[in-house]
Design a binder for this molecule. Sequence first.
Ligand code: ADP
Ligand code: ADP
Ligand code: SF4
Ligand code: SF4
Length: 601
Amino acid sequence: MTMTRVAVLDADKCKPKRCGTLCHRFCPMVRSRVEAIRFENNKPVIVESLCSGCGICVKKCPFNAISIVNLPDELETECSHRFGANTFKLYRLPTPSSGVVLGLLGKNGIGKTTTLKILSGEIKLNLGNYENPPDWSEIIKFYRGSTLQEYFQKMSESKLRIVHKPQYVDKIPKVVSGKVGELLEKVNDREKLESIIEQLELKKIWNRPLEALSGGELQRVAVAATICREAEVYLFDEPSSYLDVKQRLEVAKAIRSLKSDGKTVVVAEHDLAIIDYLSDQICIFYGEAGVYGIVSHVHGVRTGINIYLQGYIPDENVRFRKEAIIFHEKPPTVSLGIGETLLKWDSLEKTYEGFKLTASPGEIKKGEIIGILGANGIGKTTFVKILAGIEKADDGKEFKELTVSYKPQYISAEYEGTVQELLMSIAKEDFTSSWYKAEILHPLGVSHLLDRNIAELSGGELQKTAIAACLSKKAELYLLDEPSAYLDVEERLNMARTIRRVIEARNATAFVVEHDVVAQDFIADRLMIFTGEPGVRGAANPPTSLRDGMNAFLKEMNVTFRRDPATKRPRVNKEGSKLDKFQKEVGEYYYMRQTGTAEEE
Ligand code: ADP
Ligand code: ADP
Ligand code: SF4
Ligand code: SF4
C-alpha cells in the first residue's frame, strides 16, 4: 500500500523566534537540498510531496508544533476539506437524511464542528484543494450517488434552508442583542414557540436581555430559537453543555420532535446518555486530533455508540483506539464508615432575598467524593460555601474555616499569560514535581498546552486547564461545578479518574456537580441530591450511597436506565416501555442488571 504524507503545523505552538528553527536545520531532505521545509512569512511550510515522512522535524521541534502522518493513498480521493497548507484534513462526510436524527460522536479536534459548518454552508468545502477550490458542480459530481449530492445541489441553488446552533453559546450575546422574548418571537416561523417556552422553561427569563443570561439559559434560548425556525436542516453543536439533567432530557425531546416533521437533524454531543437518547443513527469520527479526521459510515445508534466505545469499526476494519472504554456494572460501593470525618452538619438554613436553602443533617469523610445532582440555581454552591465557612448560615452558626478550591461552572478566559504561568502560580513548588506531572498534567492532557496563552484556548482546553488549576491548590475541600462541559467522552473519563486520584492522594474531600449522569457515576463515591425550585428554594438531602442517590434523583426525573448487554453502558429507557415500567415498579432506576445478550436498536 502506498502512503500519502499529511503534515500539520500548529500555528499557535510554532515560535520560530525561540526555537532556532530546528525543524529546518535537521530535516534530512533540506540537508540534501530538497526543500521539504521552507520558510514563508517567518513560518515553516512543510511540502508534503517532498517530505519523506521520517519524522525528525516532529522530534526536533521544541514546541511540538509539527505532526506528520502517513495515510493510505486511497483515502486521498476522499478528502472533503482542508483549510490550507499544513492544516487539519477532513476525510468523507456524514450522510444526513430527512426524518432521521444523526449523531456525530468523536473526540475533540477531530472535525465535528468543521463538518457542521460545512453542512450549514458556513464553510464551503474544497475537497482538499485549497489552492484552486472546486466549484459547486464539481462538488456535486464528487458526491453523486449519496444523499450529499442532492444536499449540495440544493445548497448551491440556495434552496436548502439550514439552521445551526453553534457550540459556544457564551459568545451569542456578543453578536446578538435584545431581550429573550423579542428574539424568540422574531424566529417563530413554525408556531412552536408556545410549547417550547413551556418545555425549556423560558417564561422566567422572557424579559431578560441576552447579555444578562447564564450559559445554561443561553443554551436553552439558542436551542429554542433553532427549533422555532422553519428550515429543512437543523444542526446542533453540543446542545447539552451547562444544562442540568432534566433540561438535557427536555432539549433532547425537543430536538427529536423535529424528526416527525421530516426534518434532517444532525447533532454533535459528548454526553453519552443524551446522544444515545437523541439519535437514530451515529457517525463516528476518528483519526488524530488536530491533524486529520475520518468520518465512518452510518450505524444504528446502539451499534454506533458501542463501536465508538470499543475503538474498532468492523465494517472498515479499523482500530482507532488501543483500548476499549469499559463500563462496570459496579454494585455501588458504600464507602461510609471508612475514613476520618471531615465535617458534620445539623439542619441548616440560608436565606437570600428571593431564595431559601434548607439542608438536612449529614456528614462527609476525608478522601471521599460527593457527587451532586440537582438543577442549576438550587443552592449547591451556597451549601458548599457554608460548609467551608465562607458564608454564614441564617442562625449565625459558623463552620471552622476550611481551605477551599473552587472551579465554577462558567470559566473565564480573561487571564493574561500562559497555561504554565497560571498553573505555576497556584501549584508553586509542586509544579516541578514528578507527582504533579504524572497525576495532574498528564492525565488531564494539559502537558502539551503549557506554552499556550489562556485567551487562545478552545472550550475543552480551557476546561482542562481550569480543572488542573483547581486541583493544583492544596485544599481540604474541593468544589468542581460541571467539570465535563466541552470535554469529549475520553476526556470525561480521564477527568473523573484524575479527580479521584488527587482527592485520595491529598486526603481531601470533593463535591462534584456533574449533569452527565454517566460521568457522575465514574466520579462519585456517594451522592447528594438537591431538590426544589431553581432560584426560589432548594433542599439539600443528606449524602447517600450511589444506588439510593441515583434512585431518588431519577425518580424525580421520571427516567430509568438499562444496561447495554455488550458494553454495560447505561442507556435511557423509553418512557412507558416494558423495562421502564418494571424498573419503576421495583424501584431500580439505574443499577439494573441486564440479563439478555441481545437488544433491539
Ligand atoms: P471538533 O468539533 O471535533 O472538536 P473541529 O472541527 O472544531 O473539531 O476542529 C478540527 C481541527 O480543525 C482542529 O485542529 C482545529 O484547530 C482545525 N481548524 C478549525 N478551523 C480551522 C481554520 N479556520 N483554519 C485552520 N484550522 C482549523
Ligand atoms: P447552584 O450552585 O445550585 O447553581 P447557587 O447556590 O449558586 O446555585 O445559587 C442559588 C440561588 O441563590 C440563586 O438563585 C442565586 O441567584 C442565589 N444567590 C446565590 N448567592 C447569592 C448572594 N450572595 N446573594 C443573593 N442571592 C444569591
Ligand atoms: Fe521552530 Fe517547531 Fe516552528 Fe519549526 S515547527 S519553526 S522547530 S517552533
Ligand atoms: Fe523533513 Fe522528515 Fe520532517 Fe519530512 S518528516 S519535513 S523529511 S524532517
